[in-house]
Design a protein around this ligand. Structure first.
Ligand code: FAD
Length: 361
């Protein structure tokens, strides 16, 4: 049983179904109706700071190619950029490039190489780190493709079925209850994104995941052809950041146009668009892509990143026997979805005993 039909839950359902398990995937809304519907789709390989993180995301990128072939997931192999605004930032990117090279192919671009690649960028930017392995996906398309393929492998997908209770007996999960049904289950995977704390409570597990709100602006012009972010962006994703986390990030949207972001705020589930945040995102982006000064935001998406207080995803057994967490991916759930689904399937099959991303680990 998998709770949540976002990128994480659909990846889990797909890999579990491939292993021959009888999978039921439940969502309280439609497929991809949670954060997947208001997210960027950058599968970003660089911008990591430790070996294990590189390993996990590289595995995910490899699996995306498999999913393209086996499930019809559409992936644009664009490569991606971290941009330096000044010579001192370029020097720091040079050092990052050296570290990253141990794990993935990356190269440092000077100003003129950068402009050959992305002519709409401001001419005074100093250069960039270029990662050819980065790619872009459309998160709802990923969910739907995986779901469809899981169904052909025997999975059952039940939408508009909120899970309202998880039955636990003698410290073992027994069943899941929706408003209308009791569905027996020996294994329950909580892939409920920002709602994971709620679902965890049903099984008696405290899940330290909360919503971190983000704004992204959509435009219909394809001003850039690769995803890009400004040097320092990763700092804004750190647990210590409490402000609005406003940093430039832009990516081509697979369905056309571009997405421009982004912000990071702890505002509970406040879903309203904040015009002040949108204006700041736009001004920051125009520093990097001057053509935006002559355009206006066309639409705005507000989404919630599942932020984990441990500063990393939670993937592993937790609480009563049979209960598994696959959540807390913050701003990397699209990139890490396939690797997470595979880890969950490996745990359930007993191919591995631990992932290193456990709640208590
Ligand atoms: C603005 C923004 C930009 C982003 N850009 C990127 C990016 O470029 N690259 C990247 O890797 N990541 C990005 N992310 C992060 C990424 O979107 C998330 O990490 C990811 O979507 C989380 O997936 P999920 O499956 O855990 O959650 P969700 O997609 O939210 O899925 C959880 C599902 O659980 C269901 N659910 C909840 N409670 C219940 C219940 N009781 N019963 C049944 N179902 C339930 C919900 O309806 C939902 O469909 C971005 C996020 C935001 C907000």
């Amino acid at each position: 049983m998998v709770i949540g039909a976002g990128v994480i839950g659909s990846s889990c359902a797909y890999f579990l179904a491939r292993d021959g398990h009888r999978v039921v995937l439940l969502d309280r809304g439609d497929v991809a109706s949670g954060t997947a519907s208001a997210s960027g789709g950058w599968v970003i390989l660089h911008a990591r700071d430790e070996r294990e993180a590189y390993r996990l995301v590289s595995e995910s990128r490899r699996l995306y190619d498999l999913l393209a072939e086996d499930a019809g997931v559409r992936i644009l192999p664009t490569g991606g950029l971290s941009i330096a605004s000044s010579p001192s930032e370029l020097e720091m990117l040079r050092a990052q490039c050296e570290r990253a090279r141990e794990f993935i192919p990356v190269e440092l671009l000077d100003r003129s190489n950068l402009h050959d690649l992305e002519p709409m960028l401001a001419p005074d930017l100093a250069g960039a780190l270029y990662c050819p392995g980065d790619a872009v996906v459309d998160p709802p398309q990923v969910c739907r493709a995986l779901m469809k393929r899981a169904e052909t492998l025997g999975a059952q997908v039940l939408t508009h079925q909120p899970v309202v209770d998880i039955e636990v007996e003698t410290n073992r999960v027994m069943a899941v209850r929706t408003m209308t049904e009791r569905i027996p289950a020996a294994t329950v995977v909580c892939a409920a994104g920002v709602w994971s704390a709620e679902v965890g409570r049903l099984a008696g597990v405290t899940v330290p995941v909360r919503p971190r709100r983000g704004h992204i602006v959509r435009i219909s012009r394809r001003l850039v052809t690769r995803p890009m972010l400004e040097f320092g962006y990763e700092e804004a994703t750190r647990p210590s950041t409490d402000g609005r986390g406003l940093e430039f990030v832009m990516q081509p949207a697979p369905s056309g146009g571009c997405l421009i972001g982004s912000s990071r705020e702890f505002k509970g589930f406040e879903h309203n668009v904040d015009p002040g945040v949108v204006a700041s995102v736009w001004t920051r982006a125009a520093r990097f892509v001057p053509a935006l000064r002559d355009l206006r935001p066309e639409s705005v998406l507000v989404g919630f990143r599942p932020y984990c207080d441990l500063g990393r995803p939670l993937i592993g057994w937790a609480g009563p026997q049979g209960f598994l967490l696959a959540t807390g991916h913050e701003g990397t759930g699209i990139a890490l979805g396939p690797a997470t689904g595979k880890l969950v399937a490996d745990l359930v099959a007993g191919r591995i005993l631990r992932t290193g991303y456990e709640l208590g680990g």
